[in-house]
Design a protein around this ligand. Structure first.
Ligand SMILES: *[C@@H]1O[C@H](CO)[C@@H](O)[C@H](O)[C@H]1NC(C)=O
Ligand SMILES: *[C@@H]1O[C@H](CO)[C@@H](O)[C@H](O)[C@H]1NC(C)=O
Ligand SMILES: *[C@@H]1O[C@H](CO)[C@@H](O)[C@H](O)[C@H]1NC(C)=O
Length: 450
């Protein structure tokens, strides 16, 4: 009798676990990916040991120290627009889903990942109305292949300022700093207050001197064009309102909102989807939640799905795009909009990403995952072996594992080939993991992880 009972328990555990994934493990690995993308002097507790100090000469046009921050993706440029959004999203996730992070034992690692970004933003904000937007040239960087530790290429630094403003970039960085202020205010109030002061100053700069940072200097046009700055002005104001409770920021929201009232979506260029659901939470005004709910309902009902079930929105970075959609739908769910439906969908979509098709798109998670990802450093053998375009063209797996990175993802028919040259589907990017990680933390908090 006892034996049968024990067997039944074993069977129950086995069956109930067969369709679950260990999101906590994935979340922990995602934070390793952020360590692998660190630029500058690495700390003694760096866990990704195949990475070393790099770009220690990154500096501004007047010699300002610009070391640190994150390399964008498989390349070695530090793109401010991409990096600031990444930090805003990481901070948002930690702030509102700390229980999920805690359950996974990742709170401290996530704070560290955020601080690696905010420390760099503080350096880059050299005076009230001057902010370093980018270090390294996309055009120069993409001509070479190899380790960041070996870089000899020129790394120009570009500013935004009053004559060449970038309201989008300045407001997004203000959002990142305001959200990070909230993350750190009970951890280190001194540090948090420094972040908040910079957030306010950067927001004022963004608001007063209007322009797209893509028009401020040419180099970023390789990679992260901004389509407009009104969405960042609203998103940044929402974060500053959350951090300060100063209603002036809400008047900014109301002033700018009419221009882009019909905008939707949430990604590194488009912030209105995030702003809507954040404003829904902060103001309780039903118009914001209704808009988010309509957007989610429409996307879930009308977006094509791959044969195996991925909501397929964009060819480039298909998984990230879906993860960002799921993130705002989960935030809406937390405010009472279709919670069962959105949560079930988010679980389905995340499961697709981590292995429900028999293949995991997260490096180092599960049995089968990408081993040829487009990442210059991961493709290099240990030094002193040379690393150049030979490694790019090699059919061999990457000698280094870029653990925790989510790749771009499949095409519309679940088509995906694990080849290094395919940066559309097989590159990794710090902005991909940020939204993905936010969704993981939410699902863990909801008890959906094994
Ligand atoms: C302002 O920024 C632009 C674009 O990066 C740059 O060309 C210009 O030199 C800067 N102006 C000043 C006064 O530094
Ligand atoms: C708190 O932050 C300040 C400012 O960055 C720093 O100097 C100080 O060492 C930090 N304190 C702790 C306990 O980490
Ligand atoms: C960015 O915009 C410029 C012109 O506005 C265009 O030439 C370039 O191809 C765009 N870059 C990308 C990656 O879309």
């Amino acid at each position: 009798m006892k034996l049968i009972f024990a067997l039944a328990i074993v069977l129950y555990v086995f069956v109930s676990n067969t369709d679950g994934f260990d999101y906590k493990e994935v979340l922990g690995k995602s934070l390793l990916f952020y360590e692998a993308q660190r630029s500058g002097k690495l700390p003694a507790d760096q866990r990704v040991k195949w990475r070393h100090d790099s770009a220690l000469n990154d500096k501004g046009v007047h010699g300002e120290d610009l070391t640190g921050g994150y390399y964008d993706a498989g390349d070695w440029v530090k793109f401010g627009f991409q990096m600031s959004f990444t930090i805003t999203v990481l901070a948002w996730g930690l702030l509102d889903h700390e229980a999920g992070y805690k359950a996974a034992g990742q709170v401290d690692y996530t704070r560290t990942a955020i601080k690696w970004g905010t420390d760099y933003f503080l350096k880059a904000h050299v005076s009230d109305n001057v902010f370093y937007a980018q270090v390294g040239s996309g055009y120069i960087d993409h001509q070479t292949w190899g380790r960041p530790e070996d870089m000899t290429e020129i790394r120009p630094a570009y500013t935004i300022n009053v004559t060449n403003p970038g309201s989008d970039l300045a407001a997004e960085t203000a959002a990142a700093l305001a959200a990070s202020y909230l993350v750190f205010k009970d951890v280190n109030a001194t540090y948090a207050n420094i972040l908040l002061e910079h957030a306010k100053t950067l927001y004022n700069f963004a608001y007063k001197y209007r322009g797209k940072y893509t028009d401020a200097f040419d180099d970023v046009r390789c990679c992260y064009n901004s389509s407009g700055y009104e969405d960042e002005l609203i998103w940044g104001a929402a974060w500053l309102y959350r951090a300060t409770k100063d209603k002036t920021y809400l008047t900014y929201v109301e002033e700018v909102y009419p221009v882009i009232q019909y905008y939707i979506g949430f990604n590194w260029d488009q912030k209105i989807g995030g702003a809507d659901v954040l404003l829904a939470k902060l103001t309780g005004d039903s118009k914001y939640l209704t808009k988010t709910k309509n957007y989610c309902d429409n996307m879930l009902a009308t977006t094509p799905r791959t044969p195996k079930g991925l909501i397929f929105i964009t060819q480039w970075g298909s998984l990230m795009t879906t993860a960002y959609l799921m993130e705002i739908c989960l935030e809406a769910a937390a405010l009472g909009a279709n919670p069962e439906k959105y949560r079930a969908e988010a679980k389905t979509q995340i499961d697709y990403m981590v292995g429900s098709t028999g293949f995991s798109y997260v490096v180092g998670f599960g049995d089968k995952f990408p081993v040829h990802v487009h990442h210059k450093a991961a493709s290099c053998p240990d030094p002193p072996a040379k690393c150049d375009w030979t490694q790019f063209s090699s059919p061999d797996p990457n000698p280094q594992q870029i653990t925790g990175a989510l790749v771009g993802g499949p095409g519309a028919n679940d088509d995906y080939t694990d080849v290094r040259s395919d940066y559309v589907h097989n590159e990794v990017d710090t902005v991909y993991n940020a939204g993905f990680q936010g969704v993981l933390a939410t699902l863990i908090e909801l008890g959906y992880s094994d």
